[in-house]
Design a protein around this ligand. Structure first.
Ligand code: 2AL
Length: 166
């Protein structure tokens, strides 16, 4: 975690490297870095939110390269892996039936939409996530792109909270 003051002062490359674990969309990180200096943390978050509104299906595809499936907590030491493990903290990975249901749900979603099921996991149990997955399987292709993008924005802004402090 770094303060806003430090974030404002880092080189472009260093600031960008701090932001990329929030979401694997380089254009988002670059635009935010170019917007420095931010007068307040609120101003940074408003800019981050506004920039995330421009994301489309291509951005989603790019971002998903860095998101493990729900139920597959990554073991790596990278910042992304640590975020993902924390976010999935309420998904009980000792419950074999739940793990099996998540594997099957993920497979059905991927067969239907051709990409990994994405949901903001922080604050959700495995059962909550399964319920949301079932509901989202009923979406049209266009509805589901918007649903997944909304989740991606939530995950990104939550991660940003852990990157830049007051
Ligand atoms: C994730 C993840 O890594 N963090 C989160 O909130 N959701 N993955 C996913 N497939 O939804």
């Amino acid at each position: 975690m770094i303060t806003l003051r430090i974030f404002n002062q880092l080189s472009h490359e260093e600031a960008r490297a701090r932001l990329l674990p929030c979401v694997a969309i380089p254009g988002w990180a670059d635009e935010l870095v170019r917007g420095r200096p931010y007068p307040s943390r609120g101003a940074l978050f408003r800019a981050a939110h506004a920039c995330a509104q421009t994301w489309d299906e291509n951005a989603l595809t790019l971002a998903l390269l860095a998101h493990p499936r729900i139920g597959e907590k990554p073991a790596g030491v990278q910042a992304e892996a640590a975020f993902s493990r924390q976010e999935q903290g309420a998904v009980n990975d000792r419950d074999a039936l739940l793990a099996q249901a998540l594997r099957e749900g993920n497979a059905r979603y991927e067969a239907r939409f051709g990409r990994v099921f994405l949901i903001r996991a922080k604050g959700r149990s495995g059962e909550d996530i399964l319920q949301a997955l079932d509901a989202r399987l009923k979406n049209s292709d266009a509805q589901e792109v918007q649903a997944a993008l909304a989740q991606l924005r939530e995950i990104t802004l939550l991660r940003l909270e852990g990157v830049v402090s007051e």
